[in-house]
Design a protein around this ligand. Sequence first.
Ligand SMILES: Cc1cc2nc3c(=O)[nH]c(=O)nc-3n(C[C@H](O)[C@H](O)[C@H](O)COP(=O)(O)O)c2cc1C
Length: 280
Amino acid sequence: MMNEKSIRMKQAILQRKSVRTYMDKLLTQMDEEKVKHYLAQQDNGKGPFGNRVKIVLQSAISVEGQKIFGTYGVIRNAPAYLIAQCSPKRYALIDCGYVFERLVLFLESNRLGTCWLGGTFERHKVKVELIDDDWIIPIVSPVGYTREKRTLQDMMMRQMAKSHMRKSIDELFVCGPNKKIIQDESCREECEYLRWAPSASNQQPWRVWFCDDLVHFFVKRTKGYGKALPFDIQMVDMGIILAHYQAIHPGSVYEILEDIPLWEGCEYIASSRVSKEVDA
Ligand SMILES: Cc1cc2nc3c(=O)[nH]c(=O)nc-3n(C[C@H](O)[C@H](O)[C@H](O)COP(=O)(O)O)c2cc1C
């Protein structure tokens, strides 16, 4: 039986959209406390592969009244930002994607808008103390109240990334030993909650293979994509899909298995055993 949290997460998945235009309004004290309380929970800062991801909430304006976050005009009026830091290693970035998307869905279910930013923010301007010298800030996100009327730049960004669309279920998901198209209706419904995940430039690099009692997650890279960034952004995308799978199967655990058959053009990431669902 599906629990209440799982239902809320499913709604949040289908409702969430990147918000780049905000109302000119500070976070209420209650909302700020809610976010801080969420971030203070140790479990909310740990990914399925055991890596820590530290996220802090910062006001968008300094005490001197200066704008702290540069987003090249992409984000308008956000009152605050969430800043994530983690190790740049492969599975730490996956954990970062997982942890941050769970936060995004939590905020969405509390009517707070967000927008993943991995490229269009001025990284050097972000001031947080790093946990470790080799840690990085892969992602930030504005957080605030959505303004329905979008700026022109916002509309253009959505149009460029075709954000209102996703690849078809048959392109992203397969089943059985011979990687056939999925026919089962309940499995196809599940895929809807996966394919509406956000991804950098809406590249949707995730490929998912349902095989017997295992679900395997692969990445199909966009050649050359993200090369200018100091980290592997498509690993962050992979963490996001794992967060969506976890949201609809709250008991799931991820394992990196050996001897998983190849999927041409893809790299293996991890698998989950189809298990009895537990209340999260
Ligand atoms: C890892 C990651 C990085 C992203 N970086 C940016 C960014 O730098 N600038 C931006 O405007 N949008 C960014 N996005 C938002 C995507 O463009 C957006 O999620 C995608 O187009 C799908 O649209 P939707 O989120 O409204 O469903 C990023 C998304 C992800 C997941």
